[in-house]
Design a protein around this ligand. Structure first.
Ligand SMILES: Nc1ncnc2c1ncn2[C@@H]1O[C@H](COP(=O)(O)OP(=O)(O)OP(=O)(O)O)[C@@H](O)[C@H]1O
Length: 205
């Protein structure tokens, strides 16, 4: 699968956040979008995912050289981001059950095994609203990383994680994301150290 950005720009009111972004993301590449706070990393990730519409330029999605409509792209990616909230009224089990109505888990894995891997098995019947911020982040990462999709988008993936959580994140990336495209928006090396392509958003001002 390939995502191509052609002269893409995004403006809020009169402020251009970035302009003239021409980039291609393909195959099993691991990409990091880097820059300081407020530089536009999350905005670019949201333009790539289709959550936000670009103000100029084109975003094209292709599978085997065939174009894919933007409104079909959501079948092909999963995302974990601070602005995408979990449904607080659900228990973790209900959250996973709901998620799997839209996306299946990676082959050979069950909800119970995934809860175990991310250390949330004891919280299975607890409502998400009573989760700590680190527990919520583990749940978000589980939903993104264990979904059976070719593209994983991660915005500040280690937010609220303790040292053990960060280690878990690294292990999950190493074990489950090697053969998939990953795009990480981050300013923390612990989050993007595995990426071979680094994109500085500041060069698109
Ligand atoms: N809906 C919006 N309306 C107006 N301005 C916005 C909106 N969303 C984001 N911005 C502005 O766009 C700029 C880029 O924000 P963005 O969240 O993409 O930055 P970031 O690099 O991800 O920052 P951080 O590292 O703090 O997460 C900021 O100046 C922000 O205020």
């Amino acid at each position: 699968m390939t995502i191509s950005l052609n002269q893409v720009g995004k403006r809020y009111n009169y402020d251009w956040i970035f302009r003239n972004v021409s980039l291609s993301f393909s195959g099993n590449g691991h990409y990091a979008i880097l820059g300081p706070n407020g530089s536009g990393k999350s905005t670019l990730l949201q333009v790539i995912s289709g959550h936000h519409q670009q103000s100029e330029g084109k975003v094209l999605y292709q599978i085997d050289s065939k174009s894919l409509d933007q409104d079909r792209f959501f079948h092909h990616f999963s995302i974990a981001a601070p602005y995408l909230e979990l449904i607080e009224e659900f228990s973790l089990q209900e959250c996973f059950d709901f998620h799997t109505r839209f996306k299946s888990w990676l082959p050979g894995l069950s909800s119970q095994e995934i809860m175990q891997i991310v250390g949330l098995q004891k919280a299975r019947h607890k409502q998400i609203r009573y989760f700590s911020s680190g527990m919520k982040q583990r749940a978000k990462l589980a939903l993104a990383i264990f979904s059976d999709v070719p593209i994983v988008l991660l915005d500040e993936p280690c937010t609220n994680l303790d040292a053990a959580g960060i280690q878990l994140y690294r292990e999950l990336i190493e074990r489950y994301c090697k053969n998939r495209m990953v795009i990480v928006s981050s300013n923390d090396i612990q989050e993007y150290g595995f990426c071979e392509t680094l994109i500085e958003i500041a060069q698109y001002k």
